[in-house]
Ligand binder design. Structure first.
Ligand SMILES: [Zn+2]
Length: 138
């Protein structure tokens, strides 16, 4: 019974860890997909702007009113892309706790939310040992 429970807990743990890893991957890739969508919107806006300017010129219509709308749409898309790129950069600089999934600063050793040791702490802990040695020498 104990062995079965142990196996079950191990299996569950492995699945949970997988799910959380996949979840954090999806978040960044979702943002990347959104950026790609916005870039395609941007292309469409530029194309429509070009067509509008062409039609206005051809029919001797003042294009200013029409082009203003496209210019503000395009500016709006640029702002959204910049915002998403900032978010992506931030996510890449964060360490996601595999226990509670909260984002921690890149140089954090322990999770700020659940207090468990973070994956990036391996290098940090060997540094700590060096510190201990220098203290011992003193
Ligand atoms: Zn945590």
């Amino acid at each position: 019974m104990g062995m079965f429970e142990n196996f079950f807990m191990k299996a569950k743990g492995a699945v949970d860890a997988l799910g959380e890893k996949a979840g954090q991957f999806v978040d960044v890739s979702k943002l990347n997909i959104r950026v790609a969508e916005l870039k395609s919107d941007l292309k469409n806006e530029f194309e429509s702007l070009g067509k509008t300017v062409y039609n206005c010129e051809k029919n001797h219509i003042d294009a200013a009113q029409e082009t203003n709308t496209f210019v503000s749409n395009i500016d709006n898309i640029y702002i959204q892309i910049e915002e998403l790129k900032k978010q992506i950069a931030e996510m890449k600089n964060k360490v996601i706790c595999k226990f509670c999934n909260s984002a921690n600063e890149n140089n954090a050793i322990y999770c700020g939310k659940c207090g468990k040791k973070l994956d990036n702490a391996i290098a940090e802990s060997s540094k700590d040992e060096d510190d201990d040695f220098s203290e011992f020498e003193d």
